[in-house]
Design a protein around this ligand. Structure first.
Ligand SMILES: Nc1ncnc2c1ncn2[C@@H]1O[C@H](COP(=O)(O)OP(=O)(O)OP(=O)(O)O)[C@@H](O)[C@H]1O
Length: 334
């Protein structure tokens, strides 16, 4: 297994500069680079793969600098967004290709390809050509082809973005299963926050040219450090308040912020609990499958609350005009 580290990386083009002070994928970890289009995810992955050289800084595998190693000497498997299969080769031969280049004996190639076919559930389709496969099946072939060489690091660049929603969900849980089964260090690029939350051990959220925050999915979701991370991962409440004696209050709702002066208090709509009372006015609401999203006015600010219908302390037909509000999880933004 391999630990991948990036240290003091700088990569600049005319109109873009990427700087990463330190980033690590631990042994066997599933690390996702998540961020909007153009923030530098692919460039980061390409440097790890060896297709691109950093202007400055080091890329290390298990503590050894690999900057000068070409991709084929880094022991990596790569899956791209466009499956990039050979159209004139069968599924079997597409997967066998990398092993044939290594001139492995025929029976070993057979054995390894069958193992990879089984891993991705394509045993029945080994004689088909890529054009005879669905997008999801083609991406499975690409995955099998990346894994058959038994790489120490698996790199995936938006592997699911050309597939429709249902297949995407199925394939993502399969990628996760295979990754766990093999315990292979994996670095995954996506701009889809739900996908990143579902699949990752840890996520590095990137914003133009840098990493904003690294953490476990729920840690980033509930305790983002910056407004960018908060907003990128979902619906946010952000209140700009003035704290005194360690408390920041608005309309009777107080947060223990353990500092004084201006603070930005962040919380998710799901962290807001309501019950009949006086603190906030229900301005309007929206029904979602099984849930209700309430817009509340507290002091002179609007906040969102989201609750499952079956845990509301009143019925939707009989919403009170005002409610008391409790926020059970919040963080202070930088
Ligand atoms: N070879 C290159 N020459 C010049 N600029 C480049 C080159 N490769 C990438 N860039 C620029 O670097 C920036 C980051 O690109 P990159 O592909 O890493 O972003 P990304 O986060 O992966 O975006 P996307 O999700 O759209 O692929 C972009 O502004 C891009 O135009």
């Amino acid at each position: 297994m391999v630990r991948v580290e990036l240290k003091n990386i700088i990569k600049a083009w005319e109109n873009f500069r990427l700087e990463i002070g330190y980033l690590k994928a631990k042994d066997g970890e599933f690390l996702t680079l998540l961020g909007p289009s153009g923030c530098g995810k692919t460039t980061t992955l390409r440097m790890i793969a060896g297709f691109e050289k950093p202007d400055k800084g080091e890329i290390l595998f298990n503590g050894n600098i690999v900057n000068e190693l070409p991709p084929y000497e880094r022991n990596i498997g790569i899956v791209f967004q466009d499956y990039a299969l050979f159209p004139h080769l069968t599924v079997f031969d597409n997967i066998a290709f990398g092993l044939e280049i290594k001139r492995l004996p025929r029976d070993e190639i057979e054995r390894k390809v069958r193992w990879a076919l089984e891993l991705v559930g394509l045993e029945e389709l080994e004689n088909r050509y890529p054009e005879q496969l669905s997008g999801g099946q083609q991406q499975r072939v690409a995955l099998a082809r990346a894994l058959v060489i038994e790489p120490e690091v698996l790199l995936l660049d938006e592997p699911l973005s050309n597939l429709d929603a249902k297949i995407r969900e199925r394939l993502r849980s399969e990628i996760k299963r295979i990754q766990r089964e093999l315990g292979i260090t994996t670095i995954y690029v996506t701009h889809d926050q739900e996908e990143a939350m579902a699949i990752s051990d840890r996520i590095a959220v990137m914003n133009v040219g840098h990493v904003e925050q690294v953490g476990k999915p729920l840690e980033l979701y509930y305790r983002p450090k910056t407004e960018f991370v908060a907003r990128f991962l979902g619906l946010s409440n952000i209140l700009k308040l003035k704290a005194k004696d360690g408390k920041a209050c608005i309309g009777g709702l107080c947060f223990d912020v353990e500092r004084d002066g201006k603070v930005r208090v962040f919380f998710r709509p799901e962290s807001v609990y309501v019950k009949p009372g006086k603190m906030a006015e229900i301005v309007d609401y929206e029904l979602l499958p099984g849930r209700i999203r309430l817009r509340l006015k507290i002091g002179d600010e609007l906040i969102l609350a989201e609750r499952f219908l079956d845990e509301l302390p009143f019925s939707v037909e009989d919403l009170p005009e005002r409610v008391d509000v409790e926020v059970r999880s919040f963080s202070i933004l930088k």
